[in-house]
Design a protein around this ligand. Structure first.
Ligand SMILES: CC(C)(COP(=O)(O)OP(=O)(O)OC[C@H]1O[C@@H](n2cnc3c(N)ncnc32)[C@H](O)[C@@H]1OP(=O)(O)O)[C@@H](O)C(=O)NCCC(=O)NCCS
Length: 177
């Protein structure tokens, strides 16, 4: 199977929302309560992604990983930092979401998606990127360390009625010459 990486576009909203819900169900089954995962809705995610795609922020980047049958099997979105936890993260930009379906993990796609967003941010003069990951999500934490991330502060928050702990990772981007 060939996986291509390309910019996300408005017609991808449903495909991204489906990958988002499936990605959560596959990847978070050991960390989140079954009721929380069962309650995820593709429709709700579609609304969220419509909003994100309508955002006129040229420094933000949404990339999708698509298989040769046209299925979106992963995606990443990053951009200038905003919202809750921004101060604690202390970086110029943030990776807001990164998910792959189980069937395409461990083939270098996560690395390609991160590289694509990092290159875009660096080209816009951004030098530091942070993200939050579930503290129990050791596989993803290993991935971030393998890519050069440095662990940072922790925070807890209420995720669909369940208190979860997250840890921050920080990446320094080399200036683009
Ligand atoms: C985390 C994630 C994006 C990694 O993507 P991926 O394509 O599977 O990872 P890659 O193949 O690019 O791996 C790059 C390196 O990261 C490390 N790594 C990746 N997955 C790992 C794992 N499960 N355990 C240990 N190390 C891992 C390895 O060093 C790997 O290099 P190698 O394969 O040559 O040994 C993907 O597993 C995923 O979507 N996970 C579920 C969702 C999630 O947790 N998202 C993050 C939310 S903050």
């Amino acid at each position: 199977m060939t996986i291509s990486i390309r910019d996300g576009r408005e017609t991808d909203v449903e495909g991204i929302a489906k990958a988002h819900v499936q990605g959560w169900r596959e990847s978070y089954k050991d960390f989140l309560a079954p009721e929380a995962l069962a309650g995820l809705s593709v429709e709700e995610r579609m609304q969220m992604w419509r909003g994100a795609l309508a955002e006129p922020e040229p420094r933000a980047k949404l990339l999708v990983a698509e298989d040769d049958g046209g299925e979106i099997v992963g995606f990443i979105r990053g951009g200038p930092i905003r919202g809750e936890g921004a101060e604690l993260l202390g970086t110029e930009a943030e990776i807001f979401a990164l998910y792959l379906l189980d069937k395409v993990k461990r083939q270098g796609i996560g690395r390609r998606l991160m590289r694509g967003v990092f290159d875009h941010l660096a080209a816009h003069g951004i030098r530091s990127v942070g993200l939050w990951v579930l503290r129990d999500n050791l596989a993803s934490r290993c991935f971030y360390v393998a890519l050069g991330g440095q662990p940072g502060p922790e925070q807890s928050f209420d995720l669909r009625g369940q208190m979860v702990a997250e840890v921050a990772y920080r990446f320094e981007l080399a200036p683009q010459l």
